[in-house]
Design a protein around this ligand. Structure first.
Ligand code: HEC
Ligand code: HEC
Length: 539
């Protein structure tokens, strides 16, 4: 199989160092320090080959025929350590993940559809897969875990041996009894995955050959935290070692405070940015991807002990003369009204235009931030439209509307988890999104358009008759004025009928006022038992 490139590099470097030491000079310059990746190559060659047989070409059995994300490698290494007796120092562990993700990683195009898993986005409902594959491979974990690995059919088959070996009861568990799981896994599933997600792809070959990008410099960032709003700032990235950086961020938080955050970031596979550090003394983690343009990153940052709470961000180079609006703080502009909006961006120069029927009065501006009063004529055309600053366009960034026709609560289906004194609860954040029915006045047709997130009053109610009989809405938890549901404590509750736990089946209701009209929207929320501590938090 394939010889990991880094292994060759280490062998060559060692040979060169041996040659250098034969030289005549008295003052031999100190050899350059090993990079994390080179150290990783050594760790893998030394520690993993104890069990994974090395072939003549240097490849290691099992190990060399699989490509994974950094998180995928992390999971495998954790299993090697917890169940196979492998012992690595924290530094060797980090180095092995780095080396493996760099040399046997996934290309940007291969991770693009599944980034929600890497970014730990809560309440994602996966779709677009056939029911059999979902039932076989996406009922214990997300299908994204599968789709973020690449291997040929033979290696997929071996993974199913591992599954059955680790969880012999797998075939008798929920939703598995309708089929012969093992027979199907070894048969059509392995074949299908081997052809959808094979080891060798032109995308990865081309990406491996592409030059690496230097992340040093100044970047502008804008983040959006559902329920809270926009945070923004600039960050200065300096190199600490090859592919390892220090980040100094100056941030205006969503509630207007100015804070400085210093943290570390590492780049895997030339584009996978992973940052971590402390913010307000609390550990956070961030996962982002450098985009094909080489100057933009998009991703999500979240609390390590509560990954469901986080902020979606975009980061753009601020030292390359780029001119770009990145976000508008309010999407919906009502006909006949004046609305103040803030355009956040980088290098923004030139006239601000919101299109036909909107007079724009700039009240303050810098290249990063423009505050405007948008006066919308009573007959301004309805629908989504572009925001322009000079020659830069932010497509379909705002909407002109005359009335709200319906409210959708997002996510429409969510899970929250009770907490205990040992395990933190898992909260759920909701937002009310307004829609207009468009020219035909009929909801659910092609000409409907999104007006945007609107302020709402929040409440919970029993989801069905059984929940009503059990009064779930009184016990399962509370929803804040910002739409975040905070679950109660786990364990039996003597106050409840049957001494039941505080689990519940709820409707989350948003009430929105639009002029004299009041609209409501609903979502379904299941409040269930705590996660095992091993699945709560962490990155
Ligand atoms: C003590 C023996 C032992 C050592 C040392 C060891 N492994 Fe493993 N490894 C196993 C066994 C057994 C399996 C098959 C079962 C499994 O996957 O857990 C395995 C499987 C694997 C697989 C395939 C998993 C999959 O996704 O299907 C990978 C990759 C792997 N090991 C990586 C490593 C790396 C990297 C190291 C060195 C840091 C390492 N192993 C060290 C015993 C070992
Ligand atoms: C009975 C529950 C269950 C089912 C069904 C299941 N998995 Fe898993 N899978 C797990 C668990 C648990 C892990 C975590 C293993 C660990 O702790 O390292 C896992 C891990 C994985 C991994 C990551 C392994 C690594 O080390 O990188 C992949 C890939 C995977 N499963 C694919 C599949 C596929 C494909 C199927 C369908 C054929 C499937 N799984 C069905 C429970 C399941």
């Amino acid at each position: 199989m394939r010889l990991p490139a880094g292994l060759k590099a280490v062998a060559v470097a060692a040979a060169l160092m041996a040659l250098a030491s034969c030289g005549e000079e008295k003052e031999t310059p100190a050899p350059p320090p090993l990079t994390l990746r080179d150290l990783g190559a050594e760790v893998v060659a030394r520690e993993c080959s104890l069990c994974h047989r090395a072939a003549a070409d240097g490849s290691l059995s099992r190990l060399s025929g699989i490509r994974k994300t950094p998180e995928g490698w992390e999971m495998t290494l954790a299993r090697m350590e917890s169940t196979r007796g492998v012992k690595l120092s924290p530094q060797d562990h980090r180095a092995a993940v780095k080396f493996l993700a760099d040399t046997q990683g996934l290309a940007p195009s291969e991770t693009a559809p599944y980034r929600y898993e890497l970014e730990r986005r809560p309440n994602v409902v996966e779709s677009g897969r056939n029911a059999d594959l979902t039932s076989m491979c996406a009922r214990c974990h997300a299908f994204a875990r599968v789709a973020l690995q690449r291997r040929d059919a033979e290696e997929w088959r071996r993974l199913f041996h591992t599954h059955l070996g680790l969880w012999p009861t797998l075939e008798y568990q929920v939703l598995a009894r309708d089929r012969d799981w093992w027979e199907e896994a070894q048969g059509w599933v392995a074949t299908a995955l081997g052809s959808h997600f094979p080891y060798d792809t032109s995308d990865w070959r081309e990406w491996s050959a592409a030059p690496a990008v230097d992340f040093q410099g100044r970047w502008r960032f804008v983040g959006y935290m559902p329920g809270e709003g926009f945070a923004e700032g600039v960050m200065t990235v300096t190199r600490n070692a090859v592919d390892e950086y220090l980040v100094a961020a100056e941030e205006q938080t969503a509630d207007g405070a100015a804070i400085n955050v210093n943290y570390a970031a590492i780049i895997y596979s030339k584009y996978e940015w992973r940052g971590s550090g402390k913010r307000d003394n609390r550990d956070f983690y961030e996962a982002a991807a450098l985009q094909a343009d080489g100057v933009t990153m998009t991703g999500r940052s979240y609390w390590r002990d509560a990954p469901e709470m986080g902020s979606n961000f975009v980061v753009v180079r601020a030292d390359r003369g780029l001119q770009r609006p990145l976000a508008v703080t309010k999407e919906g502009l009502k006909r006949g009204a004046s609305t103040e909006i803030t355009i956040l961006g980088v290098g923004m120069k030139g006239e601000v235009s919101l299109g036909d029927g909107i007079a724009v009065r700039v009240t303050s501006r810098s290249e990063d931030k423009i505050v405007v009063m948008a006066e919308v004529a009573a007959d301004a055309p309805l629908g989504r439209r572009d925001v322009r600053v000079g020659d830069a366009v932010m497509a379909q960034a705002v909407a002109v509307y005359d009335k709200i026709d319906r409210i959708e609560v997002t996510p429409g289906q969510a899970t929250a988890r009770l907490g205990s004194d040992k395990i933190a609860p898992v909260s759920a954040q909701f937002e009310a999104v307004a829609y207009a029915s468009g020219g035909d006045g009929i909801a659910g047709t092609d000409d409907d358009f999104r007006i945007g997130v609107v302020a709402a009053a929040w409440d919970v109610a029993p989801y069905d008759e059984e929940a009503s009989r059990m009064k779930d809405h009184l016990y399962a938890g509370k929803i804040t004025p910002h739409g975040r549901f905070l679950p109660s404590e786990a364990g039996g509750n003597p106050e409840r009928l049957y001494g039941a736990s505080n689990a519940g089946d709820l409707k989350v209701i948003a009430t929105v006022a639009d002029g004299d009209v009041t609209l409501t929207g609903e979502a379904h929320l299941i409040v269930t038992k705590p996660l095992p501590p091993t699945q709560r938090g962490g990155a």
